[in-house]
Write a protein that binds this ligand. Sequence first.
Ligand code: TGC
Ligand code: FAD
Length: 410
Amino acid sequence: MYVDSDVKGIMNGTIHRRAREDRYQGHDYYNIDDLLTDDHLMARDAVRAWVKQEVTPIIEDCSEQAKCPTHLYKGLAEIGAFGPSLPVEYGGGGMDEIAYGIIMQELERGDSGIRSMASVQGSLVMYPIYKFGSEEQRKRFLPKLGSGEYIGCFGLTEPDHGSDPSSMITNIKEDGDHYILNGAKMWITNSPVADIAVVWAKDEEGKIRGLIVERGMEGFSTPEIHGKLSLRASITGELVFEDVRVPKANVFPDIRGLRGPLSCLSKARYGIAWGTIGAALDCYDSALRYSMEREQFGKPIAQFQLTQKKLAEMITEITKAQLLVWRLGTLANKGKATPAQISMAKRNSCEIALKIAREARQIHGGMGITNEYPIMRHMMNLETVLTYEGTHDIHLLITGMDVTGLNGFK
Ligand code: TGC
Ligand code: FAD
């Protein structure tokens, strides 16, 4: 695992740990907890406690300094954040899809970048190896990914092909018992620190194939992308392939076409649909508390009708989104959640979370723009979440196509 010196600094305490007290409490206006099992509630409480202990004390500094806390990988593995709904024998948590969603929600309550670490590792790296990999690939990579010993990344997007991955130009050509890989991937979460990359490339017939590229393979490099003003606690980079010789044993044997990467995206988008509600809950929680404590004109600002309108609308949207993802989770548990239903939930949760972050910022007045409160960090993060895993408009078009039967993309 790659750990840079500043992250070591956070680990050994030489980088300042912000003393912000984390007074977060969950909010459950419609008693949705009644719909959850004891296992769900235990998972939620464990992840919430972990976030308070491990994430809150360092996240503002990580975000400010654009440092990814890679030391958290081991802890994320211990709390079961990598592939919660994958089988235990393949490095997962053996839980259901609702537990997976709840875990993502608690992580994103801490920071979208921390949830991203778990989404990529579990849904975009472990899931495709589990679903499409050979038994040998599963045995070789999944235990190390599940335990956080290996960090993985997922390469679909290219510099010139984002929303339209079917036009990708990254390609593989057969050469004996190897494939020769050429091309480049862009905007890849974790690439600079990853041990392995699940990469999607076209074969000589133009069919999209999936393969596992390992750090150290000649011609493979992972330059970091700098200057991000969003998701700053997450590290992002490129994947560059210059005649990389990838053994055939590293190629997924049977999957062909865009269905491969898109089914991984369905898994991850489902997690985001739950996760972003966590960011919304943190903003609401902070705004509610601040409005009760902050006085102007001799009263708590929570007493003014305009503040109450903001708070009432926030909890209404959170509650609607909570019910939507819970229902989506019950469908997913039966294997009946459609990609279009997942798109609707991802889009809705991102939209309400971003709106809530903006309203919460207003309630905090000037303090809302500082890093004493988590609001601006969530707001900036959510701009990325609105775009990755399919942009806001792409998900709208997926719903549009589903209800009309007409393709609005092309
Ligand atoms: P289209 O012809 O519609 O579909 C091709 C094949 O794929 C199937 N399919 C799906 N399968 C599973 N899950 C889904 N969500 C699926 N969507 C489609 C489809 O049935 C078909 O199968 P088959 O067997 O008939 O071939 O493909 P299209 O080229 O028209 O594209 C459709 C479109 C635009 C919706 C799709 O390309 C898309 O979703 N674009 C957005 C790209 C995207 O989301 N990129 C994300 C990159 S990864 C990322 O952002 C990670 S962020 C990580 C972090 O959390 O930090
Ligand atoms: P474009 O596709 O160029 O879109 C630009 C604009 O055009 C958008 O508003 C879009 O909605 C609109 N648009 C495009 N097509 C249409 C259409 N048909 N109709 C209407 N509007 C349209 N990718 C990975 O593969 N792996 C990762 O780990 C990963 N991590 C990421 C991390 C971060 C921080 C970010 C920012 C991105 C990440 N991505 C990753 C890439 C992400 O998935 C893409 O940014 C996203 O899919 C959009 O692609 P694009 O940026 O090329 O935008």
